[in-house]
Write a protein that binds this ligand. Sequence first.
Ligand SMILES: Nc1ncnc2c1ncn2[C@@H]1O[C@H](COP(=O)(O)OP(=O)(O)OP(=O)(O)O)[C@@H](O)[C@H]1O
Length: 243
Amino acid sequence: MTDADSTHDAGSDSASRDAPDGDDSSLALVDVTKRYGETTALEDLSLEFRPGTFHGLIGPNGSGKTTLFALLAGLTQPTSGRIERADATADVGYSFQEPRFYPSLTVRENLEIFRGFVDDPPPDAWTETLLEELRLEPAADRRADELSGGFRKKLDLGLALIKRPQYLLLDEPLADVDDYSRRRITSFLDSYREADRTVVVSTHNVAAFADQLDRLSVVVDGDLRYDGPPAEDVVSQYRTLLE
Ligand SMILES: Nc1ncnc2c1ncn2[C@@H]1O[C@H](COP(=O)(O)OP(=O)(O)OP(=O)(O)O)[C@@H](O)[C@H]1O
């Protein structure tokens, strides 16, 4: 599958065959430093995202999480180091900036248009699955610019998922989302990962994903402070790591 002309899909030009640790289907940053002028957002950071993993990325404000996602999605280039994507054809879907969609089109029309950008699109039923699993159905026929904040967030999540990407990068996917939808969405993302896809969630609300996380990475001031299994009490673990 090639990348589509979609704001929610990343290009694959930074792909390479060999990932660290010999895992031939992971996505990884290798010795990455990213500077914006005088500001160092990430410093010599290496991190791997493996298939079939629900990976949590946490860290205080300004620690470099958004920068890391932008690098993985190919939206910006490292100052030094490299991004490796073992399977050059694997897609990256993302939702981590302001929601983007066609404002005058309905939720369903937006999903269909973005699905149409994909060269080898998932079947029609995938759109219906997303409408149902993301609890978007009540707003399916409403214009995108008339949606509440929570529905906008869910539409953005739907657009990130419409291509069924191998790697799904989500920044605060549950922000503004009601409790019932949260449970549905976390369980849907859980099953998405079971299909050997990678879900990476950047969040300040690590407790919301405690039951799903397979791996936890903590970034503080551009450094990787922890990368490994989440503890049973992930909130305490994070607090301890920050001390
Ligand atoms: N386009 C930019 N130009 C200059 N500095 C930037 C730019 N983007 C990010 N930075 C700086 O890089 C550092 C990391 O920012 P980044 O947005 O990646 O952190 P973050 O962990 O996503 O923060 P938050 O949790 O607050 O969203 C910060 O010091 C930030 O000010």
